[in-house]
Design a protein around this ligand. Structure first.
Ligand code: BGC
Ligand code: BGC
Length: 818
């Protein structure tokens, strides 16, 4: 607060306003929301409003996640909407087959319109993150993530992609996608940067209208459900891609002009196309959370820009607004949120809103306004007359999921999004010879699809979960064989028969929110092994193409230097064949398709973009480009720079800023473990090295008797509040020779502790246990300030090894919360 007090003295009025996160709507462009009000809908809505109880009205404002709501709840509380978050799915399974989704859609719909309790029975609307195709569904067509589409520069194809996505969604009965993301990422250390098309606001703006039109049809469209459409949601308003240092859900300290001209730009075309919903960003502007920012949500978006659909908040984002909790936040409604995404908190949020509505502390007019906006969108969808999901057009036509004509469009997008950064004359590869395909990412459809694919982080799935899809390796093999040659897949690059050429596929592994944020624009050290493969193949005189799978431009100078050609595939999705279309030529050695992709953002020279651009936005070679003449690029030691801040202990050592401690009964009884073998607790504990993934990659704790705990401590208290909200777990990889006695796992803060019983049975293998951070919080840990975020206690003899401790979602065994 002292800061803004100082600002009062020093800054002129307008700058002062924005310094406090207060926008001035007058300086923003005005638009006209083109969706006509339908007289029949308006009459119906007026009638409904008059008939609805306060309970029914409040219910419309609340959206629950499938994790935590039953059809019965929807009926009882008249909930306006449900969503399926990245980790949810029908019957508690995010990998449920498509027919289960349609069955669940029917069940929820039927409960929502059930009027046996005397209510009005308003059909609910179901939202899903179909962010690159209907990407929660097994067998659906998976398009390149937005960053790849940005590289392709093809507006017409964007509309087709939107239309196909809408059709595939309709097969399984949902009506609403939380897409397109229209972020304009300015710092690619942000782990969600790939969800945005480009760092260039004009390029993003040029796509948005087409995507919205593909999904919803033209703005004059009424009764969307009678055609092949769904409603769209442009997200996340505003400056999700503009946070300082690219921190997810962070703060943006830019000027109001930049807010408008960079991040606000895509909302113009979205509104001009009549987008039905806008999702508000988790992030803040000058310290004020967007979800509570009335000047932006109501002043700019609704009033100035004339957005006439409804505004939905993000996943418990209301809980982050100053003065709010996950359970209570009237401030969000008053700021202009119409629907609360309250995944697991819908009941307290509902009860809180209801109590306030009854007490008159939130105005009925604002509630009626929000309900009206939601019902208008439902009217535009045609939801009131559409009948149950399985009776609507396209429902249950499962052959449309991943239909050949849909996959063909995706493949075209893959082809067009490939960006060529280097070609010393070796591309296209003639198909007649012997091709070696190496690297760790060639035959991995989950990896080439990235986050938000079947699961939230895109982890925990393998090729068997992608029926009908083509890996990059499969595509190359097919093309080479069709041209009369042969192909071998050898991840480490070893071979028995000398190949004529090699493609080495490497790059990032899947991530989504939180998990993707990095401190530097570099690959995690464990992902750089293919650099050696490239060098080894080159040393044997084999021409090498480096093919990078990535959600963002990263420092990769070692691969650029070593390989003869370098192409970026981004996150291509299910149609890996599009890559071979361009890389593999025809039998006479000519290209079948040329490179068309151009960089959607600057490519860095080092691990920080501020240190220079290697290839600027818009760069991309094709087969007619003149030879470049290669000058070796500087190579850096990135080991220390890169890495995931969520990795606390691995390869036998705590991460930088962390220490590994063994403690006993009293605070004095504490030893910091640096080298092994070591002894602690007066000889009661012995710490040795154990192999895990790499030699001596784990630490083994042999405790002879008594109370003891193994802890990781950070120099500064750690705040994992946001991760706790987002269903992230503490992942502990351990091997157990002798089970600890009444073991407990937990976290300690300054004056707070949260523990849960930890059943660690004897096990011959390393097992990755996961404990939901929520559990530590509900058991008392103050997750905003933890000094020892990892503590494993035993009250008797034990013998176990720790391989890894980190945050994540890919547990092999989830521990129950006790
Ligand atoms: C994300 C949104 C997403 C929503 C529902 C949020 O955490 O930020 O982009 O639509 O969850 O899964
Ligand atoms: C959900 C995501 C959501 C995230 C919120 C996860 O548990 O599955 O859909 O985006 O939490 O940060």
């Amino acid at each position: 607060m002292t800061q803004s007090a100082d600002a009062t003295i020093e800054q002129p009025a307008v700058a002062l306003a924005s310094a406090q996160g207060m926008a001035n709507p007058d300086i923003w462009p005005a638009y006209d929301y083109p969706v006509p009000l339908q007289p029949d809908d308006e009459a119906r809505i007026a009638g409904l409003l008059a008939a609805m109880t306060i309970e029914e009205k409040v219910g419309q404002l609340v959206q629950a996640d499938l994790c935590c709501v039953t059809p019965e709840d929807v009926k009882t509380y008249n909930l306006g909407s449900i969503l399926v978050g990245g980790n949810s799915g029908p019957n508690g399974n995010d990998l449920s087959p498509a027919p289960d989704w349609l069955a669940a859609a029917d069940e929820f719909y039927l409960s929502s319109v059930d009027t046996s309790d005397g209510g009005v029975g308003i059909p609910l609307v179901w939202g899903t993150d179909a962010v690159h195709g209907h990407s929660n569904i097994i067998g659906a067509t998976l398009f390149p993530h937005n960053i790849g589409l940005g590289a392709m520069r093809d507006v017409a194809l964007i509309e087709k992609i939107g239309a196909i996505t809408a059709k595939e969604i309709r097969v399984t009965g949902q009506e609403w996608t939380f897409a397109p993301t229209v972020a304009v990422p300015q710092d690619f250390r942000w782990g969600r940067a790939y969800e945005g098309y480009s760092s260039d606001p004009d390029l993003v703006a040029s796509y948005v209208g087409a995507m919205v039109r593909g999904l919803q049809g033209p703005p004059g469209n009424d009764d969307l459900l009678s055609g092949p459409y769904v409603i769209a949601s442009t997200k996340h308003f505003l400056a999700d891609g503009g946070t300082d240092n690219g921190v997810d859900q962070g703060d943006s300290s830019i000027s109001e002009e930049d807010l408008r001209d960079i991040h606000g730009k895509p909302y113009g075309p979205a509104i001009a196309e009549g987008v039905s919903t806008v999702m508000i960003s988790f992030s803040s502007w000058h310290g004020k959370k967007m979800t509570g920012n009335k000047s932006l949500v109501t002043g700019v978006l609704k009033d100035r820009m004339d957005f006439g659909g409804f505004v939905v908040s993000d996943w418990n984002a209301h809980g982050q607004v100053a003065g709010c909790t996950n359970e209570s936040c009237p401030q969000a409604l008053m700021a202009g949120i119409d629907m609360y995404m309250a995944p697991d908190t819908w009941k307290p949020v509902y009860e809180d809103l209801l109590a306030r509505a009854k007490a008159g502390t939130i105005p009925m007019a604002r509630i009626d306004d929000a309900v009206t906006k939601i019902l208008r969108v439902k009217g535009r969808l045609g939801l009131f007359d559409a009948g149950k999901p399985s009776d609507r057009p396209l429902s249950g036509q499962y052959e449309l999921l991943g239909a050949p004509e849909h996959r063909a469009v995706a493949r075209e997008a893959v082809r067009k999004s490939l960006v060529l950064l280097k070609n010393e004359g070796i591309l296209p590869i003639a198909p007649g010879g012997r091709l070696l395909v190496a690297g760790d990412g060639a035959d991995d459809i989950a990896r080439q699809s990235g986050g938000w694919t079947l699961t939230w982080q895109g982890t925990g799935v393998d090729n068997s979960h992608f029926p009908g899809a083509t890996s990059i390796w499969d595509g190359l093999k097919q093309a080479v064989e069709a041209g009369g040659g042969s192909a071998v897949h050898s991840p480490d690059g070893s071979f028995t028969q000398r190949p004529d050429a090699a493609v080495v596929v490497f790059g990032e592994t899947p991530y989504a929110e939180f998990q993707g944020d990095r401190a530097a624009l570099a690959l995690d050290p464990e992902l750089t092994k293919p650099y050696d493969t490239i060098r080894e193949l080159k040393a044997k005189g084999i021409p090498v193409v480096a093919l990078m799978v990535t959600g963002r431009p990263l420092y990769t100078n070692p691969a650029l230097n070593a390989a003869d050609a370098f192409a970026v595939a981004w996150l291509p999705g299910s149609e890996g064949g599009g890559i071979a279309d361009v890389l593999i030529g025809d039998t006479s050695g000519n290209a079948r398709y040329d490179f068309a992709g151009k960089l959607p953002a600057d490519w860095p020279r080092t691990t920080l973009l501020s240190e220079g651009v290697l290839y600027p936005y818009g760069y991309g070679l094709d087969y007619s480009s003149p030879a470049q003449g290669w000058a070796a690029l500087p190579e850096l030691d990135t080991e220390a720079l890169a890495g995931d801040s969520r990795l606390w202990f691995s390869a036998g050592a705590p991460a930088a800023r962390w220490s590994l401690l063994v403690t006993g009964e009293t605070t004095g009884e504490q030893t910091r473990i640096t080298t092994v073998p070591a002894e602690a607790l007066g000889g009661r504990a012995r710490i040795t090295a154990e192999n895990y993934l790499v030699q001596e990659g784990a630490r083994r704790f042999t405790i002879a008797s008594g109370n003891a705990s193994v802890q990781l401590r950070n120099f500064e208290p750690v705040n994992i509040d946001r991760e706790t909200n987002a269903d992230i777990m503490l992942l502990v990889t351990a091997k157990v020779w002798e089970s600890p006695t009444s073991a407990r796992l937990g976290a300690i803060g300054e004056g707070s502790r949260g523990f849960t019983a930890f059943d660690m049975p004897q096990n011959d293998e390393f097992v990755r246990y996961g404990i939901p951070l929520k559990c530590l919080r509900s058991n008392g840990a103050d997750v905003t300030s933890l000094t020892q975020p990892f503590v494993l206690e035993t009250s008797g003899p034990t013998d176990f090894a720790l391989g890894e401790v980190r945050l994540g979602t890919d547990a092999q065994q989830i521990l129950p919360c006790s």
